[in-house]
Design a protein around this ligand. Structure first.
Ligand SMILES: Nc1ncnc2c1ncn2[C@@H]1O[C@H](COP(=O)(O)OP(=O)(O)OP(=O)(O)O)[C@@H](O)[C@H]1O
Length: 578
């Protein structure tokens, strides 16, 4: 494997922008870098002609007119293109960032098993990516790569100006370029230091923001008020944010002071050249004017570049991308098993890291069958659900899964979208009638129609005209998704505690409705509520990483095993509290 230097690794991202875009940046920047020197030359030429004219009455005024027109064209074009330079660079930077995001998303999505996505290493890298610089600036890899590219081109500008200076006295050019490079290096160093300080304040700033968020976050605000934590939280937030802000302000003041010393350095360099020009006595007035112009051009060019500073701040993100590329190599997902009718697990073993959760599960699900999975907390029911829906891959054993599987989890998603989109998300290609029918099937339609804007209501109080739902109402929306998936041909529905927020009546009604809408889909129901579980066609008990009991409610009661014990315990409690 070829190991590229950090700078090369950053430059490699440029290719993601596409060659025409890079060519546009290169042409524009080169023009802008050469333009100040060209203006200096044109002015020199003009001054030369005008002084000739003053001496000799026969000066060619048409030449002067042409020069003036050229100078005007250069200045106008320069200004127009200069205003386009930054937007173009940003556009190219965004293209690079978008390509990086797309690549990483597809790599992570293509990981064969969700536990690899959940792995701490991948999550850490993704976190670095999401906040690319770990600073308060929002520049990403794209901006840094384009910055470095533009900085690389500045040499072309410096060399052009150097040639003009050297045409008067040979050593003026190299001497001034050397001063420009030294001052540029010093300036990069001080910006790097500034960014380092800003990065260093990140933890304090994030802590401050986290404390402040607790004050306003919907979820936390309830407890904050109940426990009277407002003052305490405010104090912590303020302390951390003020500390971070103070360090940034101090660093910025130091930066300004150093910028002043760079300007003074340039003033000294320019003065030396000007004195040398004034006392040389060997050049024409025109060449002297061009030389003076060339010095200013060098100043403009060397001050406009900040590419190297950006390298530093984008490096954590560049390294994160490199590591994600290694952790999540591009893979082609295996073809889905074709035409599978039954879903079969044979001796399936699954581990989280070193911890074995399933230790040889064997189970067959038939189309249209409703199977309840029961077991104590932590028995591995949700893990089994994730294997069935293809999110995890078994460590060993055989798993023939349905390609079209749909799962509703206890911690189902609450999208900040309209009620309609919240259901349609299960099958984006579904028609309006199918979405509405799914809501009707699980008893969610009436509640949606009562919302302020009906189906168009955004299910979040953060939006004007939006609405929040109760836990049970949200659950009905999640179940409507499952019903829609079944109507659109899903062959397996996995319902992990789908009725935890529903009252007993709503729970039984929902269960009956799921039965009605399931069609050919096998339904796996994970539940701790035996009132629902007992109505399943088959019940399996997961214990010690295996299926220990398998049968109907009556079979398992007759067998008098763990199921019977758990059922009687819950039934007794229910009777006692009734
Ligand atoms: N992402 C994860 N990484 C590491 N361990 C995990 C992960 N998810 C679950 N576990 C562990 O695996 C075991 C089984 O968890 P699982 O959620 O499958 O159990 P469950 O039967 O669904 O539990 P519950 O009834 O409480 O919902 C538990 O010990 C849990 O701590």
């Amino acid at each position: 494997m070829v190991i590229l230097s950090p700078r090369r690794r950053l430059l490699a991202f440029l290719l993601l922008a596409g060659r025409p875009w890079l060519a546009a940046v290169a042409l524009l920047e080169l023009f802008l870098l050469v333009e100040p020197t060209a203006v200096a030359l044109a002015i020199g030429e003009l001054v030369g002609r005008l002084t000739q004219g003053a001496v000799r009455r026969d000066a060619a005024w048409s030449d002067i007119g042409t020069l003036l027109a050229l100078l005007g064209a250069l200045l106008v074009t320069g200004n127009v293109l200069r205003s386009m330079s930054q937007p173009l660079a940003e556009r190219v930077g965004w293209r690079i960032d978008a390509a990086v995001r797309e690549e990483l998303t597809s790599r992570v999505l293509a990981l064969p098993s969700l536990d690899r996505v959940e792995a701490a290493a991948v999550q850490d890298e993704l976190a670095v990516m999401r906040s690319p610089l770990l600073t308060w600036t929002d520049e990403g890899i794209g901006a840094a790569a384009v910055g470095r590219f533009r900085a690389g081109l500045t040499m072309a500008g410096l060399v052009t100006a150097m040639l003009v200076l050297s045409s008067v006295v040979w050593w003026w050019g190299p001497a001034t370029v050397a001063a420009a490079l030294l001052l540029g290096r010093y300036r990069s160093g001080m910006w790097r230091e500034f960014f380092k300080v800003v990065s260093g304040t990140m933890p304090a700033a994030m802590r401050g923001r986290a404390w402040a968020a607790m004050l306003s976050d919907n979820r936390d605000a309830k407890e904050v008020r109940v426990f009277g934590l407002t003052g305490w939280l405010e104090e912590h937030a303020e302390e951390n944010i003020a500390d971070a802000a103070r360090r940034v302000v101090d660093a910025r003041t130091a930066l300004l002071r150093r910028e002043m010393s760079v300007f003074l350095g340039w003033a000294a360099t320019a003065s030396v050249v000007y004195v040398a020009v004034a006392t040389s006595g060997e050049a024409s007035v025109g060449r002297i004017a061009a030389a003076v112009g060339a010095v200013s051009a060098m100043f403009v060019i060397s001050m406009s570049s900040q590419g190297e500073d950006m390298d530093e701040v984008a490096m954590p993100a560049v390294d994160a991308v490199t590591r994600i590329r290694a952790l999540a190599p591009e893979v082609t997902p295996p073809p889905a098993p074709d035409g599978a009718r039954e879903i079969v697990l044979r001796d399936v073993v699954f581990e989280y890291g070193q911890v074995r959760v399933l230790n040889g599960v064997t189970l067959t699900l038939r189309p249209g069958e409703v199977i309840a999975v029961v077991g104590v907390n932590g028995a591995g029911k949700t893990t089994l659900a994730k294997l069935l829906t293809g999110q995890y891959r078994p460590k060993s054993g055989t798993l023939v899964i349905e390609p079209a599987a749909y799962a509703v989890y206890q911690d189902f998603n609450r999208y900040e979208l309209s009620a309609y989109e919240n259901i349609r998300i299960a099958a984006p290609e579904a028609t309006r009638e199918q979405v509405e029918a799914a809501a009707v099937a699980v008893g969610a339609a009436a509640l949606i129609e009562r919302l302020p804007r009906g189906w168009a209501t955004v299910l979040s109080p953060k939006y004007a005209g939006g609405a929040d739902l109760s836990g049970g109402q949200w659950q009905k929306i999640a179940l409507a998704r499952a019903a829609l998936a079944a109507a659109r041909g899903a062959r397996l529905l996995v319902l992990d505690e789908p009725t935890a927020n529903l009252d007993i009546e709503a729970e039984l009604e929902t269960f009956d409705r799921i039965r009605q809408v399931r069609g050919r889909a096998a339904v796996v129901l994970i539940s701790h509520r035996f009132s629902t579980v007992r109505k399943a066609d088959r019940i399996v008990v997961l214990s010690g990483g295996r299926i220990t009991e398998d049968g109907t409610h009556d079979d398992l009661l007759a067998a008098d095993g763990e199921y019977a014990r758990m059922f009687r315990l819950q039934a007794r409690q229910f009777k006692e509290s009734a």
